[in-house]
Ligand binder design. Structure first.
Ligand code: NAP
Ligand code: MN
Length: 275
């Protein structure tokens, strides 16, 4: 099995990467940064997002697996102290995997004839910080609303627990094939009107956003931000591609959500014995 390691340069992640290399030396697991079958990330969800973009040209053949050096993550199934358990799974790998939907965006820039295509794992945000962003939002080819506000976020189901959730979006089970639009501070009064609630579109639908003022827009694709974009139009849909994860043990999505956002009710309060 050809494996690529992606970590960032914090001592803890470097040490874990070294451990991984030492423990797999002389086995059928070989390090291959160029053409891996499995990409192992060490760090946080952000590290996995970076690895996804680094190896997005190999999506059909590669699987990802994440080790989190902090808390349990959404894309990272293993904690740092579980390296040996993960290696057991890897050594007996039978191709176990799970796949999730991705977001396909086609961005038409003012000065270019052909749109540029990007894939997002979490979300794509179009926003403006200097002045109000005005754009027309279409569902399929029909005008739905004219949006005025700070921006628009379109997220995948796995991205629904990221920025999208902070914008008031619903948490969507990643087995659902859908994308969700959320608003960033829309202007709503007697003159201007938007839906003002998150919107989830079906698998065979798409969203089009046409910017009225094409200057000074910011386009954020997951953890990559492009400033001063002159964008005419963006088309969002569920991608044909999916992202595949190696899964040596099963973790329920709602357990993960509970663990990340709720925790054991009352645990904190009782720790100091004040109750
Ligand atoms: P970051 O600033 O470290 O990300 C912010 C937090 O979001 C981190 O705790 C990160 O986890 C977590 N996160 C990332 N993807 C998530 C997901 N799908 N579900 C739940 N939590 C998630 O930046 P980053 O690590 O490069 O991640 C980029 C992503 O962060 C963006 O795509 C966006 O979804 C999210 N984000 C959220 C907000 C917000 O909620 N206001 C603001 C900025 C960015 P780790 O610590 O494990 O990396
Ligand atoms: Mn992060």
């Amino acid at each position: 099995m050809r494996v690529a390691l992606v970590s960032y340069d914090k001592p803890k992640t470097v040490a874990l990467a070294e451990d991984f290399i030492r423990k797999t030396a002389g086995t059928a697991i070989v390090i291959d940064e160029e053409n891996p079958q499995l990409v192992v990330t060490i760090g946080g969800d952000g590290t996995l997002i970076s690895a996804f973009h680094k190896y997005s040209h190999l999506l059909n053949t590669v699987r990802f697996i994440g080790i989190h050096t902090g808390h349990l993550g959404f894309y990272t199934d293993w904690r740092d102290y579980e390296l040996d358990d993960m290696l057991e799974g890897l050594k007996h790998d039978k191709g176990e995997s799970v796949s999730y939907p991705l977001l396909d965006v086609r961005v038409k820039y003012r000065d270019e004839t052909e749109p540029k295509r990007f894939l997002a794992l979490n979300e794509v945000v179009l926003k403006k910080i200097d002045g109000t962003m005005v754009c027309d939002v279409f569902v399929k080819d029909e005008l739905f609303e004219t949006f005025r506000g700070d921006g628009i976020c379109v997220a995948t189901p796995t991205g629904s627990t990221g920025l999208s959730k902070s914008l008031g979006g619903a948490v969507i089970h990643p087995r659902t094939e859908a994308i969700q639009l959320t608003e960033l501070a829309s202007v709503n009064n007697r003159i201007y009107r938007t839906l003002s609630s998150p919107m989830v579109i079906a698998k065979d639908e798409w969203i089009v956003v046409e910017a009225a003022d094409q200057k000074g827009l910011i386009l954020a694709i997951d953890n990559l931000t492009f400033e001063n974009q002159q964008i005419e139009k963006i088309v969002y849909r569920i991608a044909k591609e999916r992202v595949h994860f190696a899964r040596y043990r099963h973790m329920h999505f709602w357990n993960r959500v509970e663990n990340a956002f709720i925790g054991k009710v009352g645990e904190q309060d009782y720790q100091d014995g004040s109750h």
